[in-house]
Write a protein that binds this ligand. Structure first.
Ligand code: PLP
Length: 368
């Protein structure tokens, strides 16, 4: 089976991890700081805080803002469930705004969901396609809302010449193996705000009021717990992989872009609308079929021919756990969910496999 996404690990990546496994520190050692510094330099942001998953990144991103229990956070339902689970972890209420045919949250729909309890917006750059950040910022300024950017798909993407990770109050990334770079499991939070950065570091490490530094021989035994934190730390060997992968990120995106360009040129189904002045990170490549039965039939056909296509995403309000909140279905979210298919895209996808996928797609004829 050709997967829809997969990691690309080089010999150098492997060797960089082995070096750390043979060193003194498996966790909270020099590689964590190094990965954070490398990431900040790449994104051109002030602070990067590495954690053990993209979900942990979202959880502490929201906690760091100190929003009062029971307040509302507007987000999209057309995303991985972690985007809205983090709202529930923090005893806040998710409100889903609709998307448009960029597959990103629609600014007009955000406006309609704002109440006097709304405190933040979490927006997702679907597939690595940056949102209309200018318009979302205008809304945030107008209503005094925090912005969290879930950039799990958008590591390396740009809007108006700046990297994603520099726009929102807090931005989160994921390094799961299908994402643009991987640490196995892992994530990153970026911010330019010193106070938020300090809170994020506390929340990552049990709320301990100083960074535990095992290398510091002078360290006193005294420490304090100043907030309710977690253990969301990432290991040193994962961070060695992260730094090693980060060097390859631009080349990864170039490969993904070539694949996306061929799909766009050679496949006759529409894909997402893309803004001007952006650099797409192409975490996913999706097409829209005409209706649900056609999509379901295409999905099976591709699977039967050895191509593991996927559907990103089932709208979050459809899940059993979310039924208790009585969300109403959203028009564009429903339409796109019913018609969408994710085609394979990853740096090591071979010419042979890519030709096969394009060929299969073009040969396919839906018969009702
Ligand atoms: C992958 C993903 C996450 C969660 O990241 P993990 O590292 O798997 O915890 C969050 N949001 C979106 C949109 C994702 O795609």
């Amino acid at each position: 089976m050709i997967p829809y996404g997969r990691q690309d690990i080089s010999d150098e990546d492997v060797n960089n991890v082995i070096k750390v496994l043979n060193s003194d520190y498996l966790t909270t050692g020099p590689n964590v700081n190094e990965f954070e510094d490398n990431f900040s330099k790449y994104i051109k942001c002030k602070h990067s805080i590495a954690v053990n998953s993209g979900t942990s990144a979202l959880d502490i991103a929201l906690s760091s803002l100190g929003i009062k229990k029971g307040m509302e956070v507007i987000t999209t339902a057309f995303t991985f469930v972690a985007t809205s689970n983090c709202i529930l972890y923090n005893n806040l209420k998710p409100k889903f705004a609709d998307i448009d045919y960029s597959f990103n949250i629609n600014p007009d729909s955000i406006r309609k969901k704002i109440t006097n309890k709304t405190k933040a917006i979490i927006y997702v750059d679907y597939a690595g396609n940056p949102c209309n950040i200018k318009e979302i910022k205008n809304i945030a300024d107008e209503y005094d809302l925090y912005l969290i950017e879930d950039a799990a798909h958008a590591c390396g993407a740009e809007s108006n010449g700046s990297k994603i990770g520099t726009f929102a109050d807090v931005t989160t990334f994921s390094f799961h193996p299908v994402k643009n770079i991987t640490t196995g499991e892992g994530g990153m939070v970026t911010t330019d705000n010193d106070d938020i950065s300090n809170k994020l570091r506390l929340l990552r490490n049990h709320g301990i009021n100083k960074e535990y530094n095992i290398r510091n021989q002078e360290q006193s035994y005294l420490y304090d717990i100043v907030t309710l934190g977690r253990n969301y730390r990432i290991t040193d060997f994962q961070c060695a992989l992260g730094s090693s992968q980060l060097k390859r990120l631009d080349a990864f995106i170039d490969k993904r872009t070539l694949i996306a360009e061929r799909y766009k040129r050679e496949i006759n189904y529409p894909n997402q609308l893309i803004e001007n002045n952006i650099k797409h990170a192409w975490h996913l490549f999706t097409i829209l079929l005409n209706n649900k039965t056609e999509r379901d039939s295409f999905f099976l056909y591709m699977k039967n021919n050895g191509v593991n296509v996927n559907v990103h995403y089932i709208p979050i309000y459809k899940f059993s756990y979310y039924k208790q909140f009585n969300f109403k279905p959203l028009k564009n979210t429903e339409d796109i969910f019913n018609r969408i298919v994710t085609l394979p895209i990853y740096p090591s996808l071979s010419e042979f496999d890519l030709n096969k996928i394009i060929d299969l797609t073009n040969k396919w004829k839906y018969c009702a």
